[in-house]
Ligand binder design. Structure first.
Ligand code: LFR
Length: 517
């Protein structure tokens, strides 16, 4: 049987792509249809009726900008990419994006702007809620890491703002980004579980909406949020059929299906991480997500203090992992350095890092100063100064500091994951765009003191395609079979540790660490 093409719409926080593929004889064949970069967009935020503030720089007013995603552009890019496939037989489409962010739907339309998780409106609000519920209790019932951007805190912040509160009041449903795009594609609303697990509103043991937390939230914002959250569905569910006004895909008898994939990008990436026994994974993109696959959550106090999260994967798995600020910091430095060095590219900066002295300065790459867009180089220099280390000045030194620090953070998180989940780890599997930086892979092997297998780069889109293929019955049911397909479809690169772990341990002692909790 010759099946139609599968289409993965994969939107990361720094770039999006649309990939068309098939699985033929247990090999993924795929072709990139479109790729585009995008970024959170900042708007000045003024005080209410505060005319005097108009003329002053925002920094003087103590106000932080509002940060939105460009949904119209993301949608437009997606539609244009789909239209290029109008002469192809397309069986289905699956959408994945970064987690936590959402929009409202009312009267059949998207209502208002989509805030980015980089928006700082949640700051005080998150702490207040956590203190009322109790950090320990909240962790025990949600298993979720403490990040001020978790959906639960964003909704709480919306409830405190008159205008957003009004939107929340008229919203019929709150839809996470991939669910929102699915709704636009086919008119059906649902919440796919892997991404719902990033909200803070899920019970990770029963894998259902967490009614007690939702009730508390609802009280805090003065509305019954339970009715606004759509029904949960599992990855693999056929949600509906592509609206032919968007694009004419499929056949007249059967338009392309919209399939719920593992719609959290990290969940799709972990599906396509060709894990072997006792291997940790690192999904390297805007973030580095470092962890292990488990079959039940870990909600101990030690785990909470280390800020590990229990996000949900497909087939009953738990993604026990930690968020490390990944290429976000590197790319932020690059953007800034390009003002003075317009010819600089990711590749050139990565190469420059290779030639700079190793482990000269290491910083806490996960320090909250890096959360928001801006002057990354200065922030690095300040942290270097604070810890009495040489201040990196040249592009090469800055880049090296970032890559060394990131590798160190990778190693530390792998070690913590193993200890906290009580599992043995003897290798690390790295996937995602960040592995194109082979220095990062090598240094991660060095810092971990164990072999690293890197690939595929397009793990997220691949995981997306594989769940669609499985929904059509084109591949086996088992996650291990999906990973075998990945192994036979991509060239994986192996890195053996080359330097002594001792050097890394002593470097670690120089890091000026920020304690979250
Ligand atoms: C990666 C990711 C992370 C999530 C962060 C914010 O793209 O989805 O898993 O913590 O973005 O949504």
């Amino acid at each position: 049987r010759m099946m139609g093409a599968l289409v993965a719409v994969d939107l990361g926080a720094s770039s999006g792509r649309v990939v068309a593929g098939r699985v033929v004889d247990s090999v993924v064949q795929s072709r990139e249809i479109a790729r585009f970069s995008h970024a959170p967009i900042q708007f000045p935020r003024y005080g209410k009726h505060d005319d005097a503030a108009g003329a002053r720089p925002l920094s003087d007013t103590g106000r932080v900008p509002a940060i939105h995603w460009d949904l119209p552009r993301l949608w437009q890019k997606t539609v244009l990419a789909l239209r290029t496939l109008e002469n192809t037989d397309v069986a289905s489409i699956g959408v994945d994006t970064w987690g936590v962010d959402y929009g409202f739907v009312a009267e059949g339309e998207v209502l208002g702007a989509i805030r980015s998780y980089r928006d700082q409106r949640t700051e005080g609000v998150a702490g207040e809620f956590v203190r009322t519920v109790g950090a320990q209790e909240l962790y025990q019932v949600t298993g979720l890491q403490m990040q001020t951007f978790n959906t639960i805190f964003q909704l709480l912040a919306d409830g405190k703002n008159e205008a957003r509160r009004a939107e929340l009041a008229v919203a019929e449903k709150i839809l996470l980004l991939p669910d929102l795009l699915n709704f636009l594609l086919c008119g059906v609303m649902a919440a796919e579980l892997t991404n719902a697990s990033t909200t803070g509103l899920i019970d990770p043991v029963h894998r259902t909406w967490n009614s007690s937390v939702i009730e508390r939230m609802g009280k805090a914002v003065g509305q019954d949020l339970g009715v606004k959250l759509p029904d949960l569905v599992q990855a693999g569910n056929c949600l509906g059929y592509l609206n032919q006004d968007v694009a004419q895909l499929g056949t007249t008898a059967s338009p392309a299906r919209i399939i719920n994939v593992a719609s959290h990008d990290t969940a799709s990436a972990v599906i396509a991480a060709p894990l072997i026994e006792r291997s940790a994974y690192i999904s390297c993109g805007t973030w580095s997500l470092v962890g292990v696959e488990l079959d039940s959550p870990v909600v101990t106090e030690a785990s909470r203090k280390a800020n590990f999260t229990n996000e949900l994967g497909v087939d009953g798995t738990v993604r026990y992992l930690k968020n490390i600020m990944g290429m976000w910091v590197f790319n932020g430095c690059l953007a800034q350095l390009r003002e003075y060095h317009p010819d600089l590219t990711v590749d050139k900066l990565s190469e420059a890092a290779r030639s700079a002295p190793a482990l000269r300065t290491v910083i806490d790459i996960n320090h909250p100063v890096f959360t928001h867009p801006g002057d990354m180089c200065q922030r690095i220099q300040e942290l270097a100064q604070l810890s009495d280390q040489p201040v990196p000045e040249t592009p090469a030194e800055i880049a090296r500091c970032v890559v060394d620090s990131l590798a160190l953070a990778h190693a530390r998180a792998v070690k913590e994951a193993a200890a906290l989940a009580n599992v043995d780890i003897s290798s690390v599997t790295m996937v995602g765009g960040g592995i194109k930086n082979t220095l990062l892979c090598q240094l991660t092997a060095d810092a971990c003191g164990c072999p690293v297998t890197a690939g595929p780069v397009e793990a997220t889109a691949t995981g997306n395609l594989l769940i669609q293929a499985r929904a059509h019955g084109d591949v086996g049911e088992d996650l291990s079979e999906l990973r075998n397909i990945v192994r036979s479809s991509f060239d994986l690169i192996h890195f053996e540790p080359e330097s002594s772990v001792e050097e890394w341990r002593s470097a670690e002692r120089r890091v000026f660490t920020h304690h979250f909790l």
